[in-house]
Write a protein that binds this ligand. Structure first.
Ligand SMILES: Cc1cc2nc3c(=O)[nH]c(=O)nc-3n(C[C@H](O)[C@H](O)[C@H](O)COP(=O)(O)O)c2cc1C
Length: 356
């Protein structure tokens, strides 16, 4: 997740999670890799013990994406490469990227071919993550599944919403079941509205999918992966952390971010996580505001000391968190819907972006 799953946060999640989970890095723009942009190379870093090193790319141009994969796989930057076909942010879709791209079936097939061909000599699997389509009148997930199978993709993940829905409403798990039934040669992962271990078990039962992808549910709850792993093994769930333990996790997160980004930038980055960590806990407004404005690890430690460590995890904090927003028309390049077989890459499509 852009702005969230940097090296520090992935480490924190791994410290709770299970060995068979994959923690994907923030989305990386293919062209920035090709240009060896310094900030991008920093975003692409992994811990020495991170395995697999999983990287998600963003791009629209098969040439850039193929070249980026050659660099990432050939130079050993990562062990797994995913392609972002789900980002609904207007600045991305209006250039034909993210969730807009699967509509162009022939262009997508070329991209898949370029990426898989570039990755194959190094044994690096390529996967796709996509939405149901642009909107209810332009559903593409069935075609994307077919293109993935035909193109040698190793696995696919469906976020069961359209781009027009953004993060609103309920994910349509039936579409995951439909995709799973249609795609028989590669694993199909389901995504959308998994906020608890029970949700993961329910999605797998409902759809028959081979695994689940978690987005917002882990915001401020890196321990969710321990709960998911236990539930999927049929074991009792670990007790959710009390406020004192949450404080210790926040402190650990701060320390890891300070190592990754330096203290100033790292703690600025941590601010957005504060409301997620404290969601539902009885913490007064002043203290909450102070958490959201922290600048140093020492300052954070002082605030954590003011929390009541014995407060149990709130029963109502297990539900939705993070972006929800409202549905809206999807910004697309001019004439984008005219011809699904057109392979023209919109001008300026691969300029640098971040988003989700
Ligand atoms: C802050 C944020 C950043 C995101 N960034 C990405 C991203 O870079 N790549 C991606 O494939 N999905 C991204 N997503 C989408 C999630 O991976 C996921 O598909 C979506 O949130 C639905 O799953 P959920 O209901 O479990 O949250 C992002 C979501 C959020 C909330």
């Amino acid at each position: 997740m852009a702005g969230v799953t940097n090296r520090a946060y992935r480490r924190l999640c791994r410290e709770f999670g299970s060995a068979d989970a994959i923690y994907v890095c923030e989305m990386i723009t293919a062209r920035a890799i090709v240009e060896r942009n310094e900030k991008t190379l920093h975003m692409m870093s992994f811990d020495d013990d991170e395995s697999p090193r999983s990287m998600q790319l963003y791009g629209v141009d098969p040439v850039n994406l193929g070249e980026a994969v050659r660099i990432v796989a050939g130079e050993g930057w990562a062990d797994h490469i995913d392609l972002n076909l789900g980002c609904p942010v207007p600045k991305v879709t209006k250039l034909g990227g993210g969730a807009a791209l699967p509509y162009k079936r022939a262009l997508l097939a070329r991209i898949v071919d370029a990426m898989v061909t570039a990755a194959q000599p190094y044994g690096v699997p390529v996967t796709l993550k996509f939405r149901k389509g642009i909107d209810d009148d332009h559903l593409t997930f069935r075609d994307t599944g077919r293109i993935a199978e035909e193109g040698g993709v190793a696995a696919i993940a469906l976020h069961a919403r359209t781009a027009a829905q953004r993060y609103s409403g309920q994910a349509d798990w039936d579409s995951i079941a439909e995709l799973k039934a249609a795609v028989t040669t590669i694993p199909v992962l389901g995504n959308g509205d998994i906020f608890s271990a029970d949700d993961a078990v329910a999605m797998m039962a409902h759809t028959g999918c081979d695994g689940v992808v978690v987005g917002r549910g882990c915001l401020g709850r890196p321990w969710l992966f321990a709960e998911l792993a236990a539930a999927l093994r049929g074991e009792p769930l670990p007790t959710p952390p009390r406020l004192g333990e949450v404080g210790a996790i926040m402190h650990r997160h701060a320390t890891l971010l300070a190592e990754h980004h330096g203290e100033e930038r790292g703690l600025r980055d941590l601010r957005k996580h504060m409301a997620w960590y404290l969601m539902g806990f009885p913490v007064g407004g002043d203290l909450r505001r102070s958490f959201a404005a922290i600048s140093t690890v020492a300052e954070l430690a002082g605030l954590i000391a003011q929390l009541d460590p014995d407060v149990p995890f709130p029963v109502d904090a297990g539900g939705p968190r993070g972006r929800q927003g409202s549905p809206g028309k999807v910004s697309l390049p001019y004439g984008w819907l005219d011809d699904p077989q057109d392979i023209t890459v919109p001008r300026g499509a691969d300029v640098m972006h971040s988003g989700g």
